[in-house]
Design a protein around this ligand. Structure first.
Ligand code: NAD
Length: 434
């Protein structure tokens, strides 16, 4: 059993703290958001993440997991302090490190003995050295510590599973002994552990996210070419995915990637590259294609309806992907905004993101289910591929609509079936319908 403090109780921090507690460690999770800590202490989840609530409750009851808003309650006793605070996008595309800076200062002030600071937040290359410098400068008296970079690869919606069964653990440090100690925390997971230097570990995270984002933009570009030339991108992706050098993942054409990671991480990497004299052409193309892809849904609806003014458009799915309530950088936000700017009235439903929707969308009628969204709609746009939408009664949906137009931004329906049911259907890159 080791003593661990996790700074930040968001998607990454809360999952990390809970999973380490579940592995038998003594964990204190610190967040400066006092209402969030109050909710967690009361057993309420501040985020939607399948399985997390039960795991938090079990470990809190066993006395292995504590929540506090005070660094002094968690840092002084800790052997490892994980930083898992947000690193949002700044105005110029760069990663905004204000939360990391604040966390480093607070750790410096609260530490009483030697410890290992482990950075899980996605941070620009060189941040590990910068964090070490801040801690050194803000310590009331010099105390030894090491900094290890341990980028996180979990996905919202399957965060616990991703923590317990990671593809790999990446650890970067200039202190091999510190990296080895952090590796010990993960040994029972039996995952490959890559130990490298700080900067390389930080870059592995950005390069991984940028590569995955590039796959999405690549298949979206292929989808648009398929539409023009009469091929079906879904089948193209299947045919490509069997090639072991390519693999089947991240080849789903659609309205593009969103969320709190890919958009900001690609932008941050491009920014880092540019300010260091590199010319990140590919990264810029990945972002351009993604932005254009969201607009494709709008073009398709406009083409079918002529004008959007006073038309009623239903949105199925608001979260940036299924199984999460996270709406940060969700494609739905831009699509709704574009529709509204052309005079459309928007109705929407999401299985879990409705509570967050109010913060990101205005003048949208939030409905109880997909059928209520369809009621009187001139067109529906599928934005998030929730399973619930795959199993709707399509004939009931059609009956409720004023015009049977479906723009399927995630290719969840079969074009032939939709046309047989009498829908006017547009998927993404589905040029050929047998
Ligand atoms: P989040 O916004 O869900 O949570 C961050 C938490 O940190 C918030 O609760 C906030 O109140 C707290 N916080 C901010 N400043 C603080 C401070 N000084 N002291 C203590 N707490 C503070 O963020 P997230 O989605 O968990 O992401 C955290 C980091 O992990 C980011 O760098 C992100 O890029 C990276 N990451 C996220 C994911 C993901 O799927 N969300 C996956 C991999 C990596």
């Amino acid at each position: 059993m080791r003593k661990i403090c996790v700074i930040g109780a968001g998607y990454v921090g809360l999952t990390t703290a809970t999973c380490f507690a579940d592995l038998g460690h003594q964990v204190t999770c610190v967040d400066v958001d006092v209402p969030r800590i109050d909710r967690l202490r009361a057993g309420e989840m501040p985020i939607y993440e399948p399985g997390l609530e039960e795991m938090v409750r079990r470990n809190a009851q066993a006395g292995r997991l504590h929540f506090t808003s005070q660094y002094d309650d968690g840092v002084p006793d800790a052997e490892f302090v994980f930083i898992a605070v947000g690193t949002p996008q700044g105005g110029g595309g760069e990663a905004d490190l204000k939360y990391v800076r604040a966390a480093a200062r607070s750790i410096a002030n609260a530490m009483h003995g030697p410890l290992i600071v482990v950075n899980k937040s996605t941070v620009p290359i060189g941040t590990g050295d910068w964090v070490a410098d801040i801690i050194r400068r803000y310590q009331p008296q010099p105390i030894g510590f090491s900094v290890v970079s341990n980028p996180e690869f979990l996905r919202e919606g399957s965060a616990i599973n991703d923590f317990i069964y990671p593809d790999r653990i990446v650890l970067g440090s200039l202190d091999p002994e510190a990296a080895a100690q952090v590796a010990q925390l993960y040994l029972s997971l039996r995952a490959p552990i890559v130990i490298t230097d700080l900067r390389t570990a930080e870059m592995i995270k950005y390069a991984s996210n940028a590569f995955l984002a590039a796959r999405v933009s690549f298949i979206n570009e292929i989808a648009n070419i398929c539409e023009a030339l009469g091929a079906d991108v879904k089948e193209v992706a299947v045919g490509m995915g069997y090639d072991k050098r390519i693999g089947p993942y991240f080849l789903d054409a659609g309205v593009g990637f969103g969320g709190s990671c890919f958009p900001k991480d690609v932008a941050a990497l491009a920014h880092m590259a540019a300010v260091h004299g590199c010319h990140p052409q590919l990264l810029r193309a990945v972002m351009d294609i993604n932005r254009d892809q969201r607009r494709q849904a709008l073009y398709k609806v406009r083409e079918l309806l002529g004008t959007l003014d006073e038309k009623v458009i239903g949105i199925l799915g608001l979260a940036f992907k299924p199984n999460t309530d996270d709406m940060r950088e969700a494609p739905s936000i831009e699509i709704v905004h574009l529709l509204q700017s052309e005079g459309a009235q928007v109705r929407a439903y999401d299985p879990v993101a409705m509570a967050n929707a109010g913060r990101y969308l205005h003048d949208v009628t939030l409905c109880r289910d997909a059928y209520e969204v369809a009621d009187g709609a001139d067109a529906l746009i599928v934005v998030t591929e929730w399973n619930e939408f795959k199993h709707l009664s399509l004939s009931r949906l059609k009956q409720a609509m004023r015009q049977p137009i479906v723009v399927d931004g995630r290719n969840i329906y079969d074009p032939s079936e939709m046309e047989a049911l009498g829908f006017i259907y547009r998927g993404v890159g589905r040029g050929y319908v047998s």
